[in-house]
Design a protein around this ligand. Sequence first.
Ligand code: SAH
Ligand code: SF4
Length: 365
Amino acid sequence: MSTDKINLMNLSPAELGEFFVSIGEKSFRSQQILRWVYQFGETDFDKMTNLRKDLRAKLKESCVITAPEIVSEQVASDGTTKWALDLGDGQLVETVLIPEEDRNTLCISTQVGCPVKCSFCRTGAQGFNRNLTVNEIIGQVFRASTRVGFSNNQEQKPISNVVMMGMGEPLLNLANVTKVCELLLSDYAFALSKRRVTVSTSGVAPVINKIAGKLDVALALSLHAPNDELRNILVPLNEKYPIAEVLDSVRNYLDKSNANCGRVTIEYVLLDHINDSIEQAEELVRLLRTIPCKVNLIPFNEHENSEYRKPSNSRIDRFYKVLFDAGFTVIKRTTRGDEISAACGQLAGQVKDKLAKQKINAKTC
Ligand code: SAH
Ligand code: SF4
């Protein structure tokens, strides 16, 4: 790919409008391009028949529309599908499709590795490599759509929900994640409802405050512990932004949000004999009393980089019961796709020398 050309997939809807103005065109051209790319899956300017011929030629000269390509695909028995995308610099990034009867959820990554280094997370164990660019993030939704269908095709089942629960901490890649959200929400691009786009965060309090009232999407907070002492160990970022500060920022976010229906999702990974006792459940009840929320209990997905274990079902059930009896909306998350290491916290892009072996019929757009 020529590097001096502008990749239009790196631009937010507003930036695309500004780009057209900068080349002497009306800004509404951006809407046409967004539709072609994100609703029809078309990236070839020559096929964009509602653009003037001379404009198509001009665009071809100075722009491309391109996303990282799928280089491997693994499908679990429950239909969960994990794709690895080649970032072109020796890195891979993973994205996971979770098909359900009434929806197709895509779990996307925002960074290669993660600097937060939660002690139980496989991505964290990899360390931090770099932020993903806009095209590398929205490209995951684009590539998944080439497989499941774009919204123009009524007979297929396009991506209906996007959760930023793959590799990385989305709020530490804010500028790019904001543009990606704008593309997901734009009526001319993926046109998803703000309730169907979820940003999951380990609790970057100042950033949550910063985006309050500006970026309105569903917010999930990865809490995992009822007190700072334990959370400092599980989520090291807690030493910088302790629980009280994070919960304050979440309250502030909720006050200014329509996407959350007034409630944040609290994620709590259950680790055997670490954070799953009855006393800890009771402490969690006390902590969350003043936060409108629903609680997702995620049994730990085991992986080779961790000695933590998943609790027994009876321990999970009694933890659940304490929250339920206290009146919380609480959901036990079922694990999807763990046999292909596609479950929460199991993603880890591999280095490229493994890639040749995995290479399967990579589709280009
Ligand atoms: N960095 C963000 C989003 C990506 S992680 C965050 O931490 O919220 C998405 C979710 O997967 C988080 O709730 C995270 O704590 C959880 N997770 C990480 N490793 C896990 C594992 N091995 N088993 C179960 N959940 C895990
Ligand atoms: Fe990063 Fe989230 Fe994993 Fe923690 S759980 S290391 S924040 S990806």
